[in-house]
Design a protein around this ligand. Structure first.
Ligand code: PMV
Length: 326
């Protein structure tokens, strides 16, 4: 199979975690210390083409038009190596990947990227892997990428090991017409990436309490989604996000992802909810605030967010489908 040539293109949506993943019990295998639940974001996607070519001496990775080297390249090569081994071939690949949203600002670009890579690479190598296998492979690139493989509302089970730590859909995209209005406070690259952040999580004295309480939060969140109970969802996602940021802020060294405008948006969201609007916030490893609301409120929420001082722009997404070949 040394003259193997195969190509495939896949698209995967980003996702926003409602119950978050922060900390690994095995960093190499990216086995999380707790399960997590998310919603895929329609239209905030990565499109990746993988082309195995015998003429290449090394893997080549181009992300948003720029050749990737160093750690970024190593992460992609690791996935390609697993795929080559499974397919019994040793051909290098060209990987071309494009995001349609800002990279490195808490919009989980790595989630969409590794989900699309896992699907495109396995297909290009001629492997017909099922969703769980592709989710496991995506997990090795970025934990949250496991959740961008299935569609709609998704749960990543922490599992007992590599074999059973993958994500499954708990409800399809049309189950609940929610939206995510992302208040962009900064488009810059975050100072500390999540790979380093996960490693710092156990240094916070609050992490053990956060992890011990995770099954309870996951249960409430899962039920709120299945019952389409917005106010139950609102209180659990805000608690979960605040708990993760409390861990981040108290790790050593501490990680502060919030900016003044982040807090301003969070406070405004709470005020609007007290006034009867269905809105809730959640913040990933960056300063931008994801404001979850029913799709019918999306226009009004985006308009309100634009008025908050420090908000540069608002990106809106509805509930997205699974990673797919194009
Ligand atoms: O998949 P990673 O390693 O980029 O980690 C994602 C971490 C958070 O976005 C902060 C939480 C989550 O569950 O998506």
């Amino acid at each position: 199979m040394s003259d193997y040539i195969g190509t495939a293109t896949a698209c995967a949506n980003s996702n926003i975690a409602f119950c978050k993943y922060w900390g690994n019990r095995d960093a190499t295998l990216r086995l999380p210390v707790n399960g997590s639940i998310s919603m895929n974001l329609e239209g905030l996607f990565t499109r990746t083409t993988v082309r195995f070519q015998p003429s290449l001496a090394l893997d080549e990775v181009v992300i948003n038009g720029r050749e990737t080297t160093g750690k970024g390249l190593e992460r992609v090569v690791r996935i390609l190596d697993i795929v080559r081994q499974a397919a019994g071939m040793d051909v290098r690949a060209e990987v071309i990947s494009e995001n349609n949203f800002p990279t490195g600002a808490g919009i989980a670009s790595s989630a969409a990227a590794f989900a699309a890579l896992a699907l495109a690479a396995t297909r290009a190598a001629g492997l017909a892997w099922d969703e769980a296998q592709i989710s496991r492979l995506a997990r090795l690139g970025s934990g949250s990428a496991a959740r961008s493989v299935p569609g709609g509302f998704v749960e990543w089970q922490m599992g007992t090991g590599d074999e059973d730590s993958f994500a499954v859909s708990i409800a399809p995209p049309d189950h609940w017409a929610l939206a995510d209005c992302i208040a962009i406070v900064s488009e810059g690259h975050k100072a500390t990436g999540s790979t380093e952040g996960h490693a710092l999580a156990p240094t916070s004295p609050l992490q053990s309490a956060r992890v011990a309480d995770a099954p309870r939060r996951l249960e409430i969140c899962r039920r709120a989604i299945l019952e389409r109970d917005f106010f139950a969802l609102a209180s659990i996602i805000e608690l979960d996000s605040d708990m993760m940021h409390a861990v981040m802020m108290t790790s050593q060294p501490p990680l502060f992802y919030w900016q003044p405008a982040t807090l301003a948006v969070m406070q405004a969201v709470r005020r609007w909810r007290e006034d009867g609007l269905q809105v809730a916030y959640t913040v990933d490893a960056g300063p931008n605030v994801h404001v979850i609301c029913p799709q019918r409120e999306m226009g009004e929420v985006a308009h309100l967010l634009q008025q908050v001082s420090g908000v540069k722009r608002v990106l809106c997404a509805t509930v997205g489908g699974p990673a797919r070949l194009v």
